[in-house]
Structures are given as structure tokens and as C-alpha cells.
Design a protein around this ligand. Structure first.
Ligand code: THU
Length: 140
């Protein structure tokens, strides 16, 4: 599978991030099982604990539109280094990992951490959230 389009969508989303406090722009692009892409960016608030990560912005936009199953998410975040490449990968926080867990098969869900379209690492959600608690634990 080629994730160029997903990474480019995450980069485009990142440009729109609302980050007056940290200045740390993050973009995410979530792929539905139907093939639709939802972008999201981080949104900060003066009351810092209310900040929302890029991954959950993308997820909640897609959920609102009726999508419930996802197969991949690309995440790009941080500060630019040279030639439009980001200086580091931006792994999803624990809260976003758990939120994604609700709506995917963790062994199949791909998490693409990218610095550019040519520089990325791919994990599964199970790699990042092992022995997770999910809907099945509640019999769902
Ligand atoms: N952030 C994300 O949007 N996603 C991540 O994967 C990690 C952190 C945001 C939250 C906050 O706006 C800024 O990055 C610094 O923590």
C-alpha cells in the first residue's frame, strides 16, 4: 500500500493547525475503510488542558460524518528542519491511541509517522498500544 496521499493530506492539514501557545503544528489524515480521507490538526486553548490533538480532530470529524471503521492514519508534526522535512516523527499521545482503538482492528490499523513523503515509519496500533482495553472487553 502506498501512503503518499495520506501523508500529503496530513501535511496539508498541519498547515492549518491552531497553535498560538506551543507553535507545535501537527496534522493527521485518517483513512476510512470506504477509502475516504479525513484531515485534522491540533487545536489549542488558553486553558491548556482543553487542547485537542490532530489525530482526534480527524477521528471525530469522521465519526460525526458516520464513518466507524478506519485502516490507517498518517501523522506529521513538529518543527521544520531543512528542505521542508520535519525534524522528528510525531507519535500519537496515549489518549489518541485509545480513541483510535475504539474504531479499528488494532492488529491491522496502520500508523504512519512521517517527516516527509519519503521519510516515514509504519506501525500497527497494536505495536503502539499493546494489551489494549477495547469494546470487546465490554462484550461489544
Ligand atoms: N499533539 C498532537 O496534536 N498530536 C500528537 O500526536 C502529539 C501532540 C499536539 C498537542 C499540542 O497542541 C501540541 O501538539 C504540543 O503538545
Amino acid at each position: 500500500m502506498n501512503y503518499d496521499k495520506l501523508v500529503l493530506s496530513a501535511m496539508a492539514a498541519r498547515e492549518k493547525a491552531y497553535v498560538p501557545y506551543s507553535k507545535f503544528k501537527v496534522g493527521a489524515a485518517l483513512l476510512t475503510d470506504e477509502g475516504k480521507i479525513y484531515g485534522g490538526f491540533n487545536i489549542e486553548c488558553a486553558a491548556y488542558s482543553v487542547c485537542n490533538c490532530a489525530e482526534r480532530t480527524a477521528l471525530f470529524r469522521a465519526i460525526y460524518d458516520g464513518y466507524r471503521n478506519f485502516s490507517a492514519i498518517a501523522v506529521v508534526g513538529g518543527v521544520e528542519a531543512e528542505e521542508d522535512e520535519l525534524s522528528s516523527y510525531c507519535p500519537p499521545c496515549g489518549m489518541c491511541r485509545q480513541a483510535l482503538r475504539e474504531f479499528c482492528n488494532p492488529d491491522k490499523m496502520k500508523i504512519i509517522l512521517a517527516k516527509s513523503v519519503t521519510d516515514f515509519k509504519i506501525f500497527t496500533l497494536s505495536d503502539m498500544l499493546p494489551e489494549s482495553f477495547g469494546p470487546d472487553n465490554l462484550g461489544k
